[in-house]
Design a protein around this ligand. Structure first.
Ligand code: ASP
Length: 510
């Protein structure tokens, strides 16, 4: 059988050669696709005997053949054949020059030949490969075929190089039918011994063979003597037709915190009316210093309709705002969680969501679209009760999104911001019960009521404080569709409660 694979060459080390052909140690520069493929038949990994055939040799090269020498067919050991088409950036680039305009070109080139090929390989520099892979993951909607990005640490022109093996592995995964492998209908990076989901990838080493990795998510497969695909990690083939969304909004900015960081230095950046989204790379689970000016900048930006996302500087783990006092205020002022996304996924997702004109970008940004994060976050806000109206309170809200799958809730936390007590003396013990979907609950509701999701017991110290409680199991059991209510009832007579905000944060698998 024959499979059709399309190769798009954009540049990068894989196709570089010395600027001065007479001087092998002169600086490397991107060569043409013809130069690149000139090195492959010589390598004879699948040499002529095994059947690299140049069926158009002697004929005028077709516009999509790899230069005059061509490599349009590759016969595999199992008797199957991969047939290639190709295209190249007119001027191949070092990937440090790649940006959103290039992502659009790549996406449109693939879209223009999508129906004619079974899989696609993009040859790309390693420096920004993970950004390109993330961007394309979002720009391709309902992708049903493999788009495999690869490159190399050493040029294909060298005697000792990873270029040939990376390219061959990429071709095998893109040409999955011929090579008897499972279909991966996703944008992936194939590099050294690993297959990485594109929107989970990062460049992790300037020099190791395994320069690209998936630091915060399982690999989609491994490559050794055999290519092993981890079927349980692969996303399903979409039913709807493939499409490209080329609109990206580049008006986003990433800021890294560090001890000694001065928020007055970024005031101008936060006031810039053109910037629509900020990613603040914070410490640990999403913590920032106790700096009122920084909080003020974030609050003003959110009030001006901008997006501010919290992303951890840690390479693994996830943002959990509210776990420490150093981050609980951030949810109240409207900062979004980047959960466990890579920096590359976060910035390209923000460009994509802002560019797509989504009606509620802040909601879309916290939802998993392509496997870029391990769950979707659905915050439900119930509003506050001012001190003068302190009372047993029932607050109602709605499930924010029909995509929230109740059967797949993996985590839930309740947050009561600035909770204060009336009717209790300072130092007196107080008890507060919280009920989910039991609007009529009050102090007489029996203690074992199944709708009670939390009980807070504390000494009232005279100052309102934010309280957080993990309520995963009770939320899984008690949440319904559509309307949701939370009822706060005192456990002791005469105690009434007020608070500035009440939130249920639900994390669910897609
Ligand atoms: N500077 C090169 C690039 O990203 C590095 C590489 O390809 O490995 O284009």
């Amino acid at each position: 059988m024959t499979t059709n694979v399309f190769i798009l060459y954009t540049g990068g080390t894989i196709g570089m050669g010395p600027r001065d052909p007479e001087d092998p140690i002169s600086p490397l520069e991107p060569k043409s696709i013809g130069d690149l493929f000139r090195f492959l038949p010589d390598f004879r990994l699948y040499g002529e005997k095994k059947g690299i055939r140049t069926r158009n040799a002697g004929q005028k090269p077709k516009p999509d053949a790899f230069g005059a020498g061509g490599l349009p067919f590759l016969d595999l050991d199992n008797g199957n054949t991969i047939r290639f088409g190709s295209a190249s950036f007119e001027k191949p680039v070092d990937s440090s020059d790649v940006g959103p305009a290039d992502w659009r070109r790549m996406a449109e080139m693939i879209a223009s030949v999508y129906d004619a090929y079974d899989g696609f390989v993009i040859l790309h520099g390693t420096d920004t490969m993970a950004y390109t892979a993330s961007a394309l993951s979002f720009m391709f909607q309902n992708l049903g075929k493999p788009v495999v990005i690869t490159g190399s640490q050493l040029p294909v022109s060298g005697v000792r190089t990873d270029a040939v093996l990376n390219l061959m592995n990429a071709v095998f995964i893109a040409g999955y039918q011929a090579s008897d492998l499972p279909l991966i209908p996703e944008v992936v990076i194939v590099f050294a011994d690993r297959i990485v989901r594109g929107c989970r990838a990062s460049k992790v080493s300037t020099s190791d063979w395994a320069g690209i990795d998936s630091p915060n998510a399982p690999l989609l497969g491994t490559i050794g003597e055999r290519i092993k695909i981890h079927d349980q990690e692969i996303r399903p083939v979409p039913l709807r037709p493939f499409a490209v969304n080329p609109r990206l909004d580049e008006n986003v900015f990433i800021i890294d915190l560090f001890p000694g960081f001065r928020s007055d230095r970024i005031e101008g950046l936060f006031r810039d009316p053109d910037i629509r989204g900020y990613i603040l790379r914070t410490y640990g689970t999403g913590n920032i210093p106790n700096d009122r000016a920084l909080l003020g900048l974030i609050r003003n930006a959110v009030e001006a309709g901008k997006i501010v996302m919290n992303l951890s500087q840690c390479g693994t783990g996830t943002v959990e705002m509210g776990l420490y006092a150093a981050s609980s205020a951030l949810i109240d002022i409207g900062m979004l969680s980047g959960l466990d996304m890579t920096r590359e996924a976060a910035v390209t997702k923000m460009m994509w969501i802002l560019g797509s004109g989504a009606a509620r970008p802040e909601q879309e940004l916290q939802i998993d679209h392509r496997g870029e994060q391990s769950g979707s976050l659905y915050p439900i806000a119930f509003g506050g009760v001012p001190e003068e109206k302190a009372a047993p309170a029932c607050r109602r809200s709605r499930i924010p999104d029909i995509r929230l799958n109740r059967a797949r809730i993996t985590g839930s936390s309740l947050r009561i911001s600035d909770l204060g007590v009336k009717g209790a003396a300072v130092g007196e013990r107080t008890i507060l019960h919280v009920y989910l979907n039991r609007p009529e609950a009050d102090h007489r509701t029996p203690p074992d009521d199944e709708k009670r999701i939390a009980t807070l017991e504390f000494d009232w110290n005279g100052r309102p404080e934010t309280r957080i409680k993990v309520v995963t199991r009770k939320t899984q059991a008690g949440i319904g569709d559509g309307e949701v209510s939370l009822t706060l009832a005192g456990g002791l007579p005469g105690h009434r409660f007020y608070f500035s905000g009440l939130h249920l944060e639900i994390v669910a698998d897609a």
